[in-house]
Structure formats: C-alpha cells, structure tokens
Design a protein around this ligand. Structure first.
Ligand SMILES: [Zn+2]
Length: 215
C-alpha cells in the first residue's frame, strides 16, 4: 500500500541523521497521500539504520493503523492534528536539532535576520509548552505557525511543514542552518533585522523563481 509514499517518507527520515538533526531514534517525518488522505509515518523508537520502506506505518487521519506491523511514532497524534487542520500540508518533519532547540529552551522565536529565514516566511515563530505526543502540541502549532513553514516549540524542538515530506524535511535542514548562524551572530552583537517589505520580497522570489521553475 502507498509504496511510492513509503519510499519517499523512508528516504526523508534517513535525511535526519544524515544531516545531523537527530540522535538515536528521535525525530520523525510523515507524508500524506493526497488521493486517500492516509498518512505514512516513521515507526516508534526504531533505529534509522535498520529501517526500510516496509517498516513505515500507514495510519488514517483518526489514528487507526491501516497497514504496518510496528507502532507509529509517538508524535503521530501531533502530525494528524496538523493534517486535519491544514489541508494545504502534505508533509511534516519533527526534530530536536541542536541549535534550533536551544532557541526552544530559551523560549525564543528565531529572528528574521537572514534571507534564508525570509524564505521560510520571516521570523520562525515560537509555540508554547505542551506535553509531548498528543494533540495539545498540534493545537499549539496550528494556533501559532501562521504562514511560516516552521515553528519552534518551547522546551522541545522544531516542527516544519510542507507541500510534501521532501519539502518539510528540506525546511528542517534549513531551520537548523538558520538557527546555527543566528546563534553565532547573537554571540557577537545585535543582528540586523530584515524589514517586513524585504521579507515579503524575498519570500515572493523564493515561491516563484527558485530552483528550475521558469516564470
Ligand atoms: Zn519531540
């Protein structure tokens, strides 16, 4: 079932350790199939090295396991809450990547002082503390993420969203890079913030002209 999506979600999950975003079994990526609304997600507590596409778990939006021998990620309810409330989202990535999560520990959003931050929609917002594993985190994400593609969850980590699992995972890698550079800048002074007009201009450029798309 959903072989292609299983393959994509599996590959995206492998990008997390490859890019130094997770240690051991933490972190997870999911993808939603536009045709059936079924969600493919990483199994709970399973090592990245041993994982294959067949280990991915298929769940419906209500959280019932439709296919898979393993239990889905403990964050499944959070992913499902986001999918239920954001029909435009077809991929979600969650990590505790180090620099971004240091902003979570301080309860700080990541300020918009880089063009790459503007590409994600400007300042990366902060969501309040919520117990892990449930819909509470999902509610907080939906309430605070706005038009951003990423959110820092206080005392916890990062969630990124996208039009598919690949895009959400790319954003997670981008957020960590932004967090590291912003952290280094903050150590040496007061970063120069982008203006709202600059952020809009950069975001527009990214949406319409980035990559191999010709306008
Ligand atoms: Zn987490």
């Amino acid at each position: 079932m959903l072989e292609q999506l299983r393959e994509v979600v599996w590959k995206c999950n492998l990008e997390l350790p490859k890019n130094g975003l997770v240690k051991m079994t933490s972190g997870n990526v999911s993808g939603r199939d536009p045709a059936t609304n079924l969600v493919v997600i990483k199994p709970s507590g399973y090592s990245y090295e041993e994982m294959t596409p067949a280990h991915m778990v298929v769940v419906n939006l209500e959280g019932d396991v439709i296919e898979g021998d393993l239990l889905p990620s403990v964050d499944t309810d959070t992913h499902l809450y986001i999918y239920q409330h954001r029909p435009d989202v077809f991929g979600i990535t969650h990590t505790h990547s180090r620099y971004a999560t240091s902003f979570a520990a301080l309860g700080q959003p990541i300020p918009a002082c880089l063009t790459t931050t503007a590409m994600l929609g400007g300042q990366i917002p902060l969501g309040g503390y919520a117990p892990i594993g449930g819909a509470d985190i999902g509610q907080e994400i939906i309430a605070k993420i706005g038009s951003s593609k990423a959110i820092i969850m206080q005392n916890h980590g990062v969630f990124t969203i996208g039009k598919d699992a690949k895009q959400a995972t790319k954003m997670a890698i981008e957020v960590e890079e932004i967090a590291e550079i912003t952290h280094l800048a903050l150590l040496r002074g007061q970063p120069i913030m982008l203006t709202p007009a600059q952020i809009t201009e950069i975001a527009e450029l990214y949406t319409h002209n980035y990559g191999q798309v010709r306008a």
